[in-house]
Design a protein. Sequence first.
Length: 196
Amino acid sequence: MSSTKLKREDLYSLEKYAEIRPEFRQRVMAHKKNRRVQVGPNATFHFEDRLTMHYQVQEMLRAERIYEAAGIQEELDAYNPLIPDGSNWKATFMMEYEDADERARELARLIGIEDKVWMQVGDHDKVYAIADEDLERENAEKTSSVHFLRFELTPAMAADAKGGAAIALGIDHPNYNHATAPLPDNVRASLVEDLA
């Protein structure tokens, strides 16, 4: 179960990280393949967990050359909320358009999309995402291309997911209506590990 929050002592020093980074990165990239889901042509979900956030923190510390306690704690405080708590799934949700003009046009048509994302375990009701608890990511003109989502499950949903029930992910926005059902087995198995 990988829902415990990261602490300073879980992190590698910059020097140690430089040594192990190629292997660590390879391990994380292989892990992330089981936690990435495409919904329709432009929506991608990256389900986060302790390992993906450990990698994110290490990469931030490396890029910013942060080695002081206060700076390290700041990164931990920023990324720990994205680690599932045992009763939920957490995801980075991205709307991706290569062309900048198309992106601007579509994001204007997709205001509120982050509140229309759902997951469903077996025959249970859909669970709609709680979006962007850290900060508001849309305005009157457009939504953001990146959102952070939390899907809070009931104990029965979690039990059924662990028991093998199918898991689906979808978006029911009037201008973007797509679903992936059921999720592939590798993703399903990885997500079940997030549950207590």
